[in-house]
Design a protein around this ligand. Structure first.
Ligand code: NI
Ligand code: MN
Length: 220
């Protein structure tokens, strides 16, 4: 299972048979490590309707034929009308996927689309469980994730629009993942953070952390 960070909240998960892309904000992101006209995907998971998450999802889906996976409301409001294939779920639900499954987990954040809730995803892929938190504040619900045996937690640390490093560390203590990877920072001036300092704090708390620069990948 290869996990590649493409910048902001965009990751490419590849189990060797399926390419799963998350929140593909590439065009307009100066730090993005991929060109939206070239990135490949079978499925594109979108956590909510803000532009730094929907990003190039529609264009990539149109070019590659990938299915956009999102909440019912986001599909009805944004991706359905755009004419791309969608697969939907909603908070608390799990959808079966060719690569395994994806569970919609709550997030506390605006949605950017009418009637829509923001979410995160728990992917089961390649025998691993990966929690992509989306944009969210710290919430006590994250303690529920301790029972999920998360292998890798992708957590926003940018502050201002999501939790910052201190709250993300509190999230780590609740989630208890095998590995923490920070995301959603440095893309814009208000969310510049010292990811290395965050990673060191996570390690001091007894958990593993890895800072991935855009374009870097690791094998889980
Ligand atoms: Ni947002
Ligand atoms: Mn965002």
């Amino acid at each position: 299972m290869e996990l590649k960070f493409l910048g902001h909240a965009c990751f490419l998960l590849d189990d060797g048979t399926c390419k799963v892309l998350t929140d593909p904000f590439l065009t307009g992101n100066a730090l993005a490590a991929a060109d939206a006209r070239q990135v490949d995907a079978d499925f594109i998971f979108v956590t909510h309707g803000h532009g730094d998450h929907t990003g190039d999802a529609e264009a990539i889906a149109r070019r590659t034929g990938a299915t956009v996976c999102c909440t019912v409301d986001l599909a009805e409001g944004v991706f359905g009308p755009a004419g791309v294939k969608t697969q939907v779920g909603n908070l608390g639900g799990t959808i079966a996927m060719p690569f395994g499954s994806a569970k919609f987990f709550q997030a506390i954040h605006g949605s950017g689309a009418a009637g829509c809730l923001s979410c995160g995803f728990i992917f089961t892929i390649g025998g691993k469980k990966i929690y992509h938190a989306g944009d969210t504040a710290l919430m006590s619900d994250m303690a529920l994730l301790a029972d999920e045996d998360i292998d890798a937690a992708l957590l926003p640390i940018g502050d201002v629009f999501t939790m910052g490093p201190a709250d993300a560390l509190r999230a780590v203590r609740m989630i208890r993942p095998q590995l923490v990877i920070p995301m959603h920072y440095d893309t814009f001036p208000p969310i510049v953070q010292d990811a290395a300092t965050f990673a060191a704090a996570v390690e001091s708390a007894g958990f593993r952390a890895r800072v991935l620069h855009p374009g870097e990948s690791l094998t889980l």
